[in-house]
Design a protein around this ligand. Structure first.
Ligand code: 3HC
Length: 301
């Protein structure tokens, strides 16, 4: 059944090679998902060799994890490793049919990325952004072909979470949209069409919920009490643990975007900003105990 609002699937373009801009946490997860489900070459790009190698290495390591669990055969693992490669230049996108960016969440950075990508890709290549909250329409504004940009908003962990928000920007064309849905289906995601509103749908709800809990902590509730009190909400993991999974910098960015759009509904969190300024990956240490430095930080220490 065609998802609500999706255009005619016949308009979808075949995807035989995927380009990914960025080689961070989301990008390496996306690389593995595309290679595994589409069985096509996936090339990651980043600004320097170290980041690129780390991103490709993370995807290859994840292939090792799948092999270890018996989820893929040794042949398939070798194939996946050969499909996922890195390049320091975007020439590698010349024969890509789909290029998705997962770079720093800043409009100017993303627009510069797409302007550069457009210099290298064919006229038919579909462009996608994995932005959490920025406007897809605004991002497309400087493009020669704004109709080819669509939002593909994945959730972390990408391999596990089934939902994919397909975002229609003001000028997104039907071919890009149909390609997004066909790709989402091939990736075995459950696709929903969402409009280009601030933070789309999922993050509107999730960030509101997290913001309220963070505010309770800002007001003096201890973190562990807030974590336990949230249990009846049925989240798959406690709120501050989820924030660590998403990454405090991204959580803060979505919080700020929503605060700018709806100031009364999304208060800014002082503690979230402090966490990011301190460069902490979250409130938990790797052994899943609370980081005492963060507890102090939150208590105003
Ligand atoms: N990467 C890949 N696979 C992972 C993973 C990761 N980071 N974390 C867990 N998994 C896999 C495990 O390997 C396991 O797979 P298996 O069945 O093949 O062994 C499976 O997921 C289940 O993992 P576990 O049994 O270890 O643990 P749980 O059952 O507790 O599930 C979880 C872990 C899937 C992370 C679950 O806790 C969860 O869904 N948490 C909430 C995640 C969430 O809400 N994410 C959305 C964040 S918002 C976002 O991303 C949008 C952005 O714009 C901000």
């Amino acid at each position: 059944k065609r998802p609500a609002g999706a255009p005619d699937p016949a308009l979808a373009r075949p995807v035989t090679k995927v380009g990914i801009v960025g080689a961070g946490l989301m990008a390496s997860q996306l690389a593995l998902l595309f290679a595994r489900r589409l069985d096509v070459p996936v090339v990651l790009t980043d600004l320097d060799r170290e980041r690129l190698d780390r991103g490709v290495g993370a995807a290859h390591a994840e292939v090792g994890g799948l092999l270890g669990k018996g989820r893929v055969s040794p042949d398939k693992a070798a194939r996946l490793r050969s499909l996922i490669t890195g390049s320091l230049t975007k020439d590698a996108f010349a024969d890509a049919d789909l290029v998705i960016e997962a770079v720093f969440e800043e409009m100017a950075v993303k627009r510069a990325v797409f302007a550069e990508v457009e210099e290298h890709v064919t006229a038919e290549c579909v462009l996608a952004t994995n932005t959490s909250s920025l406007s897809v329409g605004e991002m497309a504004a400087g493009l020669r072909h704004p109709e080819r940009l669509v939002g593909l908003h994945f959730f972390n962990p990408v391999a596990v979470l089934p939902l994919l928000e397909v975002v229609r920007g003001a000028r997104t064309g039907d071919a890009a949209l149909a390609t997004a849905f066909a790709t989402g289906k091939a990736l075995r995601k459950s696709c929903v069409l969402v409009e280009d509103a601030p933070a789309f749908v999922v993050n509107r709800v999730l960030v509101r919920l997290l913001a309220e809990i963070v505010q309770a902590v800002d007001e003096g509730t201890p973190i562990e009490v807030a974590e336990r009190a949230a249990a009846p909400l049925g989240l798959p993991m406690p709120p501050f643990m989820l924030m660590g999974l998403v990454g405090p910098a991204i959580a803060l960015h979505v919080n700020e975007t929503l605060h700018a759009a709806f100031p009364g509904r999304f208060p800014l969190s002082g503690n979230l900003a402090k966490l990011v300024a301190a460069g902490k990956p979250g409130v938990y240490r790797p052994d899943l105990t609370l980081d005492p430095e963060v507890v102090d930080l939150f208590a105003g220490g």
